[in-house]
Design a protein. Structure first.
Length: 259
């Protein structure tokens, strides 16, 4: 695959699933969900035309190389009833499922929020930087330089993190009731601010509009939704603002993948 095509495909998906090969597999998965009785097959030339339209630029030779690689790796195969149709395999579907974030329809919550503070010496600055990235990855939001918040109990995750890096005792976790406050700011307003919930809800609203009006290609809609989910901390439903649109957006996304 030439570097220009690879760069463009990754840019088109915002690097969501790591490589152009994964991107094409995801595209095939989405296309296969919407055509014919088989629900899983798609001709190579049709695939390319669809990819070209969805991604706006695509080199056919590069596309064929990716298709060949996916077949060698067992992620797609020829449909048993056709010499030209291809279908995604069970392993291919499992790979896509493992690569993409999942919308959590149930979010058990113990009614506490957790404040996380840490005091890692300057000499261990690498561990401190790793901890900050880790906290963000597991859905925590930063309040101040060394103070973070999360609605999900982080003790086990943080104990494992500290033990593996030999920094036991440098991170403190404390509980805060749902009716508490941080300074003069109520928790609802605080969570909306530190997690950027209004901006996220606006993005869900835009996705709903695009999906309802079918103003984008299916693949572009899927990328748009997955970008939002990747940024959504998926807070407990009890803590979300009124008129939160994620459930409606997820329903439209699921229809997109199964029609």
């Amino acid at each position: 695959m030439n570097s220009k095509t690879k760069e463009f495909v990754l840019k088109a998906t915002d690097g969501l699933i790591g490589s152009a090969v994964n991107t094409v597999l995801w595209f095939i998965y989405l296309q296969g969900a919407s055509i014919g009785v088989s629900k899983s097959s798609y001709g190579a030339h049709q695939m390319f035309r669809g990819a070209h339209e969805a991604l706006e630029e695509f080199n056919y030779e590069s596309f064929k190389q990716i298709i060949s690689k996916l077949r060698r790796q067992g992620y797609i195969k020829k449909a048993p009833y056709s010499k030209t149709e291809l279908e995604i395999t069970r392993v291919g579907k499992e790979r896509i499922a493992a690569l993409l974030p999942v919308y959590q329809t149930t979010r058990p919550w113990d009614s506490y929020l957790y404040l996380i503070s840490y005091d890692i010496p300057e000499i261990r600055h690498t561990c401190r930087d790793l901890l900050r990235r880790y906290l963000k990855t597991v859905g925590c939001a930063r309040l101040q330089e060394s103070l973070w918040i999360t609605p999900y109990n982080p003790r086990k995750l943080l104990d494992d993190f500290m033990r593996e890096r030999g920094i036991d005792g440098t991170v403190l976790v404390s509980k805060l009731g749902k009716d508490g406050a941080v300074g003069e700011e109520g928790l609802q307003g605080l969570l909306e601010r530190v997690y950027g919930l209004q901006s996220l809800n606006d993005r869900y609203k835009d996705f709903i509009s695009h999906a309802s009006q079918k103003s984008k290609q299916k693949f572009q809609l899927a990328v748009e939704f997955q970008r939002i989910i990747s940024d959504d901390p998926q807070l407990p439903f009890e803590l979300l603002p009124k008129n939160w649109l994620s459930e409606r957006a997820n329903s439209l996304y699921l229809k997109l993948c199964t029609i």
